[in-house]
Design a protein around this ligand. Sequence first.
Ligand SMILES: Cc1ncc(COP(=O)(O)O)c(C=O)c1O
Length: 415
Amino acid sequence: MPDSYIQNLFAERIGGAQYGKSQAIYKFEKIKRAKRAAMALHPDAEIIDLGVGEPDEMAFPEAIEKLSVESRKPENRGYADNGDAVLKQAAARYLDRVCGVKGINPETEVLHSIGSKAALAMLPAALVNPGDYVLMTVPGYPVFGTHSIYYGGFVYNLPLLEENGYLHALHRVPPDVLKKAKVLVLNYPNNPTGASATPEFFAHVVDFAKANRLVVIHDAAYAALVFEGQPLSFLSVAGAKDVGIELHSATKAFNMTGWRCGFVAGNELLVKAYGDVKDNTDSGQFLAIQHAVAECLDHPQITEQIATKYSRRVNALVQVLQAAGFRATKPKGSFFLYVEAPKAVIKKDASRVPFRKAEEVSQWLITEKFLSTVPWDDVGGYLRLSVTFVAKNLADEARILDQIAERLADVKFEF
Ligand SMILES: Cc1ncc(COP(=O)(O)O)c(C=O)c1O
């Protein structure tokens, strides 16, 4: 197809005149292609998907019922703009009851989001000027960084290392970067490592932010999914509200992925700035959805049930992986296991397949074992396995876990 004049009109931030011409295939597309190829070659094989990053089940019946009731109310039909009081008040109650965060003002310190992804995409508009640095992590969820670059900012990536418990080593940020840095983005429990923060680490972050005049954005997408104790909110640490905001989401907490709803809470000025950008970007999530999410926020036992299921599955998958030679340990929360990728595999016929990176391990697992995983090669080679695979019931869940064990039993991995 010859180039149309449109080809020359694209903004540099998405590739300019070269937009769409790259032959590079991204990680997730490669996995999808390998999965499709495996299915085409073996149409009867059961692919076990340990690669998905979203809940496997529907929202709870009480949420669906509430949506049904609320969607019939004429007053909920129109533009929601920055939302009414219902979700804001429920969010403040939730932060208090579930996370022990006292004194959040629902009028000025909470605002809904159309999912945390949308909030992360908007916040750079409020904070990033050309030349500003933002501190992100590798591995990590890149959306805030991508949009910061769109605004002419720079991303400084902090490696999350196993030896630090996958917490940011903040003292490693070079002073010249720190001088130009404005924002520090955190995410705990973390995608993909599954690591959790500690109150001491968050207290250190507050001190670091104050000392270096940084805004902290804590992406708490998995915060509620903990396997023991109470979810840890960044806002529960003294001084956190002076430096930052926290993003919560109904996606993982309440199995409401497609509903697209969450909230931003914390520093009043930052919440206001987010609200101003949001007001100029979208017209708010459907109020009936916001009200259904509010109902869930008042029923945190929903999340507890979901977390209990993931905990059970994680226990089983850790055992399966350990038996296959992986160094797998149970995280304190999330639904991810993050394990070092093997360097090679010895097959039944004694042949040896070497792997140069985690991506090759992932390709081998899907092609040979019909197991879908996500490789991370940013800092060492690791595989992310998610326990959100679809199972009809408990017996089916046990069968799938047995299947994974069986498929890995006739090979030996080298690390
Ligand atoms: C770390 C992290 N942040 C944010 C999101 C987006 O969540 P939401 O569905 O609320 O947009 C995800 C989704 O996978 C995530 O893993």
